[in-house]
Design a protein. Sequence first.
Length: 264
Amino acid sequence: MTLTVPPKPRTWPKTALIAAAFLAFTVLTCLPAIGGVELDFASIAKNWRNGATKMAQLLQPDFAFLPRTIAPMLETLQMAFVGAVFAAVASVPLTLWAARPTNPNGIARRLVRVLINVIRAVPDLVWATILVALTGVGALPGLLTLFLFDIGVIVKLVSEAIDSDEHPYLEAGRAAGGTQFQLNRALALPQSLPLFWNQWLYALELNVRISAVLGIVGAGGIGRLLNERFGFYAYDDVSIIILEILVVVVLIEVCSNLLRRRLT
């Protein structure tokens, strides 16, 4: 008895059709005549020397400007750390209320999820602009913006991870007569702590990067100084600020990876 291997199905026509449709859709979105995005390739080709000049200036950082960046960078780190700590405290109950296994009450769970979705739907720059108008220029609107951003990220990711996992220990706890609060405190929270730690450390890393952008609207930190030097076309100073942000972000990432290994 001889066994024959069935022929390999031909999938390339379907793949080619999908690729062609995707390419056609991309071309159509670039046609201004039908409301697409106008891409001025002629201007790009004409003005590329201007961009090359700016890049050459960025490659010549002025290290004499470095001492002036220390205080704004410390303010950025303070904003990032305090925002992450406050978000860590607030994210624990919100996450447990947003997940189905830890909150059987459908109405309360949906209300928390709607709140988190509203927070996540508003971009961080919009939050910063609103908070600057409410509280004034400085570190406070930046801190509040980072807090809201971290809450949206942590609660969304950790609650979905809790939803997607099986929790037989909660069923056993309910069978033993435990209340939902007791089950969450004694069982669900200890089981979910590694997820929380990962997201808290990830939020701390993001805060330093985001705070550099929030300074554009006056939310304090190194971003405010970066926006100021951009306004004066001091690209050598901008370059040293970018390098400093890069070094700080890399150091925070290295430290957070070491902490993850110790905590997991």
